[in-house]
Design a protein around this ligand. Sequence first.
Ligand code: SF4
Length: 396
Amino acid sequence: MSDSFDLVMHYPWLPLLKDYYGEISEKSPYDFISDFLSKEFKDEIFDRVSEIFKAAFDNLENYSYYKLDHSNVYLYILMKILLYILDNKHITNRIANLYSKINYYDLIEENDYNTFQIFKELNLDIQYSEKEIQYGLKITKDYFIKLETNFRIQILDYLKLENNLRDDYRKLVNMPIKNGYVYIQKRNLMRLIQEYVRNKILEVESEDKSSIKNLRKVLLKIEDFKELYYKIESSWKERKEEIQYFEDTGFIKAENVNIIYPPCMKEILLKAKEGQNLIHIERLVILFFLLALNYPVEEIVKIFSYLPDFDKEKTTYQVNFAKNKEYVPHACETLKSLDLCMAKKYDDPICIDGYYIKKRNEYKKINHPLSYVRRRRFIEKVKADFQNKQNENKDE
Ligand code: SF4
């Protein structure tokens, strides 16, 4: 068995899948499942798939019942078909997070040769040197630590992978670069691959609802598959009851979010609502903002309950902690530097042009999301007063 065949069995998201498993990966979902049902390991894979979904619904960080063999490829394809027809962003996000984490833990255990091969298979320009190269020094209180690595990745490839990871320390300006290559620790390299895997799972999302519906109808004619599908669906329904929708809480109403909140906050809330895994800074930004608007702790916890790694106890503690510390919400300048300003994306005139102050006959720029909220509330009040006056006039 070749090295690359072993790799694709272990990591079926590699493009190599087509070379070794083209016969099954390119089949129609119906043919794939019909063929799969004749395999001796079918029951085992069904169990493993439903366990993975359950683990994702329970927010597990890792999942131990994960076997690395030939059947792993079937599991991967079956999981993607299920996600496609379940057509639920929350579920897809949870599976994408869990599955990519499982792969991350395996990847950091890989030997350097396989690590190098994986990057080659992904068509990424990576350089490996047997002897570690020193690329910097970390200064601690009492001593210096040499920063060394065996790996370098070409700048453009780094940017391609880092695109969705907006943590500050991963930005290119904070990375050691020499001769067009970014020096990077193996662990951080694998974190980039984790993101690649996550995106491979998210690929199943589609807006073509009629194709999804048709395929679902066809596949649910297969008895065994139908049983698996409904098992997963009912396990999600049980879990979903614990997730409380913020439109329904009466406090953070969707229409208020649309009208009163600035685009930067709308964007984060929307991502949370879809069950996307918010990065650390996004969590802080929305938390400080809502606390400044005096939202009760339990209402904020409800928003975080959408996130794939939600833990009620931990979140409640953290929200209370932030409330007691009275952290100041981030200003526009900071949000812009963090790439979280969404003024252009939402084409919001108040954020882009500022607003007119009649008394002073001047335009004022928005420099804080809270100023935006105040301005929007003022506009809404003026509109409501005007409407009331018109109604009174009609009555007279
Ligand atoms: S201008 Fe300020 S309030 Fe508006 S989207 Fe950007 S960061 Fe948010």
